[in-house]
Design a binder for this molecule. Structure first.
Ligand SMILES: [Zn+2]
Length: 364
């Protein structure tokens, strides 16, 4: 019964101010009883007093409280694994990372960003869902696995196999692996600047309802990467300039389904076409990866990616698709539509022949 539980040490005494073994044994397990019996009794009539054990006189003061919290914080810092610590140090030292991005990177590496899943784990009323796709928004999802983020990385020209990581992978492991082993050799400053722009775009969408295209996020990151390395002293002015530039660039892309396509080519062996349809109205997205051994150059691989996207578009009966490629040779040829006389490059001619035989020219 709760009313029988002792409230004070004196409740466990008998009338002779000695411990009442009967009470002790009825309230506690044997082990606890033995520990209680080891505590010396004070034969004293003064009343009980709550003591702060970090000062000599038992009084709590702000100086000693601060010292204790500081000690605990330092212990927590020491608990950070060596890989995370090394990354934090490398980030602080990197002269190509703007200070505000450094602070963001530090919060990310310490797993202290308020992503939806993190907040939900502390306050269950806060929804855990990603504001773009509805999947629980962990840091890994927000920055890498969300279709919006995948597309941003792809447009930025960085292909890394993020699916190799488990959901439980340490963030520092992912960053270190990506920087050291990523096929595109992305460096720490570019990686964190793109992630920072993804974070800003996510917050703008979630809290202000402003939607940025993945290509705008990529472009803003590019602008910051190049401008910060050139004029690091003026980085504070760049946000406004970037926003204007990003809007200008996107003005020319019509509404409707967009197909972003890209390809990687490795030493004549394999052409990989990756492309994506994205409808900004309802955020539907489709991500396709394919391999081919038909390409003998990076340029041919790019055209294979276009061919695959055109054929998929026909199969799925999409209409009014805008194709976005970072390859100007292919983009210019597609615009001119004079594929046989002006294929952009002689080696593309057989590929254009194949495309025009299977896809109506007005779809290209
Ligand atoms: Zn998502």
């Amino acid at each position: 019964m709760p009313s029988q539980l002792p409230v004070k040490v004196a409740d466990l005494w008998n009338n002779e101010k000695e411990r009442d073994n009967l009470k002790l044994n009825s309230q506690f397990e044997e082990e606890a009883v033995q520990k209680i019996l080891q505590i010396p009794l004070m034969q004293d009539t003064s009343s009980d007093k709550l003591c702060w054990r970090f000062t000599k006189n038992g009084e709590c003061n702000s100086k000693s409280a601060y010292r204790e919290f500081y000690k605990r914080d330092n212990q927590n810092l020491q608990q950070v694994d060596s890989q995370t610590l090394a990354l934090i140090k490398a980030t602080w030292k990197d002269k190509n990372i703007p200070p505000k991005v450094k602070v963001f990177a530090w919060r990310f590496l310490r797993e202290a960003l308020p992503s939806s899943l993190t907040l939900n784990q502390r306050i269950s009323d806060i929804p855990a869902a990603c504001c773009r796709c509805g999947t629980p928004e962990s840091d890994l999802h927000l920055f890498f696995l969300c279709p919006f983020s995948r597309l941003t990385w792809m447009i930025s020209g960085y292909h890394f196999d993020i699916d190799r990581f488990q959901a439980s992978s340490r963030l520092s492991l992912i960053i270190a692996f990506t920087v050291n082993n990523g096929p595109s050799r992305i460096n720490l400053s570019n990686l964190f600047i793109i992630m920072w722009q993804l974070w800003k775009a996510r917050n703008g969408f979630k809290f202000q309802g402003t939607f940025k295209e993945p290509s705008q996020v990529s472009y803003l990151a590019d602008a910051l990467i190049s401008s910060f390395s050139q004029i690091s002293s003026q980085f504070a002015l760049q946000d406004n300039e970037q926003s204007e530039a990003g809007t200008r660039r996107m003005d020319t892309i019509p509404n409707g389904i967009r197909c972003y396509l890209d390809a990687a080519w490795d030493n004549g062996q394999t052409g990989i076409g990756i492309f994506f349809f994205h409808n900004p109205q309802n955020h539907n997205a489709m991500f396709i990866q394919a391999c081919s051994n038909k390409a003998h150059s990076a340029l041919q691989a790019e055209l294979l990616a276009l061919q695959l996207s055109l054929e998929t578009d026909m199969c799925l009966n999409f209409s009014g698709v805008t194709y976005l490629s970072d390859n100007t040779t292919i983009a210019d040829t597609a615009k001119k539509k004079n594929f046989m006389d002006d294929p952009g490059h002689w080696s593309l001619r057989p590929f254009w022949t194949q495309i025009t035989s299977s896809v109506p020219i007005d779809r290209i």
